[in-house]
Design a protein around this ligand. Sequence first.
Ligand SMILES: [Zn+2]
Length: 232
Amino acid sequence: MENRLKSYGPGAPGRVVVLLGPPGSGKGTQGLYLAEILSVPVISTGEILRAECARETASGRALRQLLADGGLASDETVNRLVAARLSGGECGNGCVLDGYPRTVAQAAFLNDLLAELGFGEPMVLHLDVAAEELTRRLTGRRQCPACGHLYNVYFRPPRRSGVCDWDGEALVQRADDREEIVRQRLAIYEGTTKPVIDFYRAGDYRRVMAGQSEAEVREAIQEALLLPVAAG
Ligand SMILES: [Zn+2]
């Protein structure tokens, strides 16, 4: 079997990695790590949309208004912005996509776009974490309003319950980290992402169990990159 790490290493023909993972899976941190191993940039939808909103063009102003009114960017808009970014020189060697594709329509568009740009099919890396673990990670988060230090009551508790180690301020929980909201966020994620995962399963799909420590997940990602490409 062919060792495929070469295909993703520096100097290799560009490959695009689609990184999938729920909120709380450590996707942001691991995406940066993955990009570093592969010597490619991370392209995140959040960053692309913020950049577009900052532009003084008709489409920039229209998107700003849409998002300010609580709307969501359409598939067409996101596809157009991602296509422009992927066509640029920055991604000539490939990239890690974070937050895209979010729908099956976007995934199908991406496949066509990559073929058009001369990339192979994307490698899909799925950071999977059991629902109970995710719930603990998210609902356990507490932050110090004074210094911004982050704690987790289950994994990184402060020395004295509910109080910042550094300045003694009372820790607070973000409104969207409350259990009821977390369960809603995860249900929404599950509902939108599952069809995208199903779309990719027949392709180069690799699952990494991400409910472990950051270092262990890094190791699992390295191992996943070494797996031979699935047939079919
Ligand atoms: Zn503090």
